[in-house]
Design a protein around this ligand. Structure first.
Ligand SMILES: *[C@@H]1O[C@H](CO)[C@@H](O)[C@H](O)[C@H]1NC(C)=O
Ligand SMILES: *[C@@H]1O[C@H](CO)[C@@H](O)[C@H](O)[C@H]1NC(C)=O
Ligand SMILES: *[C@@H]1O[C@H](CO)[C@@H](O)[C@H](O)[C@H]1NC(C)=O
Ligand SMILES: *[C@@H]1O[C@H](CO)[C@@H](O)[C@H](O)[C@H]1NC(C)=O
Ligand SMILES: *[C@@H]1O[C@H](CO)[C@@H](O)[C@H](O)[C@H]1NC(C)=O
Ligand SMILES: *[C@@H]1O[C@H](CO)[C@@H](O)[C@H](O)[C@H]1NC(C)=O
Ligand SMILES: *[C@@H]1O[C@H](CO)[C@@H](O)[C@H](O)[C@H]1NC(C)=O
Ligand SMILES: *[C@@H]1O[C@H](CO)[C@@H](O)[C@H](O)[C@H]1NC(C)=O
Ligand SMILES: *[C@@H]1O[C@H](CO)[C@@H](O)[C@H](O)[C@H]1NC(C)=O
Length: 352
């Protein structure tokens, strides 16, 4: 099947506002190109950020499907029909999920339909998996701060969306504090790592680091290479480990938690692996049911440099009944050498 490459072609169908504000490029409408390129993924993530800031879910989704994409069943699962010049595009139903709940991206209930003032964003692009990752921090959004991690996956042959999923966190989610997340994130630098730089790692190496991190939760023998500054942004709080004289970051870990449902976005250019996972035991009210969770890692020279987590609770504060921030350990103002956030949580959960 011959399909126009997306960047310029799909932009033609956006609403004028979205089009006006979109920074996606408009070159490259080459009818023979159908590969999943970095520029395709970058244009999509840039468009996503614009669409979310405007709450233009319909324009965004329509543009992803095809110029003739047509949402006929905005119910819990989507069915699309196409007509016009692109009638032969068999647009599959794709899944749109927020915190593991399938819903219509264009319904009023979808976060994509709500305009959100975005203070900070960062994206990564994985041409091998034809997937993108975007972190959105909205601390100054009037009345409703958010931190959102979104993973979008496309068919490499048709460039049709296969899955768009987000961990949408707000008040009451795991250590949620968008102001804290924003101020911590702004202190970090995640530049492109040049091909000839010794800090650059391969796709496999970067993914393996993310896996090692999660494997360590269930196996004390796993080593997780981790360098300075030895802090992970957990929700909105800085969870610090101990930095040894040789520059190794020592964190505290449980050893009994098997972390399932791993979905990756790996980008060697920026040394990023994001993993959407299910995190068992996070929400006390949910038993061992894995909770929606995303961890994004910045890897340099084979070690974790930065890490941000977004974890969704079912019950407010994951069922911890107001003991979330205030504790004997002073979780809201932890400093080096103090009990880590996860340890604090585990200690309360009585399982780590
Ligand atoms: C979408 O498809 C339906 C059924 O084919 C049609 O009635 C409707 O006019 C179409 N809407 C748009 C905006 O093209
Ligand atoms: C939606 O589609 C998914 C995947 O095919 C399926 O597992 C799920 O049961 C469907 N949900 C509804 C409400 O139809
Ligand atoms: C659809 O595909 C068939 C077979 O490849 C072709 O004959 C037909 O012209 C196509 N229709 C459109 C609208 O492109
Ligand atoms: C939207 O959310 C409301 C309240 O939770 C619910 O009653 C309604 O069924 C939802 N609608 C859709 C389309 O999911
Ligand atoms: C959230 O983070 C900000 C900025 O670091 C801090 O001033 C505030 O006390 C934090 N709130 C809570 C509840 O920890
Ligand atoms: C890497 O390549 C750039 C551009 O070719 C060059 O300027 C730089 O000196 C090189 N760096 C190393 C560490 O080789
Ligand atoms: C960890 O290593 C020890 C010592 O080699 C071994 O006895 C134990 O079985 C290992 N545990 C796991 C979970 O692999
Ligand atoms: C960090 O160092 C402090 C003080 O030496 C110690 O009490 C604590 O157990 C260390 N934590 C880890 C994770 O090694
Ligand atoms: C939180 O409150 C609920 C309802 O009162 C109770 O069932 C649950 O055990 C409490 N959880 C904790 C961690 O105290």
């Amino acid at each position: 099947m011959v399909r126009p490459s997306r960047p310029s072609c799909f932009l033609a169908t956006l609403s004028s506002t979205l089009l006006l504000l979109s920074s996606a490029s408009t070159h490259d409408c080459n009818p023979t190109a159908s590969q999943c390129t970095r520029s395709f993924l970058k244009s999509i993530s840039s468009l996503y950020i614009t669409a979310q800031s405007l709450g233009e879910s319909s324009a965004f989704i329509t543009s992803l499907l095809s110029p003739a994409g047509n949402l006929t069943n905005p119910g819990s699962n989507l069915t699309w029909t196409n007509s016009g010049p692109y009638a032969n595009i068999t647009a599959p139903s794709f899944l749109y999920k927020e915190n593991e709940i399938v819903l219509s991206p264009t319904s009023a209930n979808s976060t994509l339909s709500v305009p959100i003032k975005i203070d900070f964003h960062r994206s990564a692009h994985d041409t091998r998996r034809c997937a993108s990752f975007t972190e959105l921090i909205a601390a100054s959004n009037p009345g409703h701060p958010y931190v959102i991690h979104t993973r979008m996956e496309f068919s490499p042959s048709t460039l049709q969306p296969v899955m768009i999923e987000s961990v949408v966190t707000d008040e009451g989610d795991w250590l949620f504090n968008a102001t804290g997340t924003l101020s911590l994130a702004r202190q970090e630098d995640w530049p492109i790592i040049p091909l000839n730089s010794s800090a650059r790692n391969s796709y496999e190496e970067i993914q393996a680091l993310g896996d090692a991190y999660f494997n360590r939760f269930g196996n004390a023998n796993v080593t997780v290479p981790w360098g300075p500054p030895c802090i992970r942004i957990e929700g909105g709080l800085p969870a610090r480990g101990n930095l040894t004289a040789s520059g190794e970051c020592i964190q505290e870990w449980p050893s009994t938690i098997i972390v399932p449902w791993r979905r990756y976005v790996v980008d060697e250019e920026v040394g990023v692996v994001d993993m959407f996972v299910g995190f068992p035991g996070l929400d006390r009210s949910q038993g061992e049911t894995p909770m929606p969770d995303s961890h994004v890692f910045r890897v340099e020279a084979g070690r974790i440099k930065y890490l941000h987590t977004a974890s969704s609770c079912v019950e407010k504060e994951c069922g911890l009944n107001g003991t979330f921030f205030g504790s004997e350990e002073g979780m809201g103002q932890r400093s080096v050498g103090k009990r880590s956030v996860r340890r604090g949580k585990a200690w309360r959960l009585g399982k780590w």
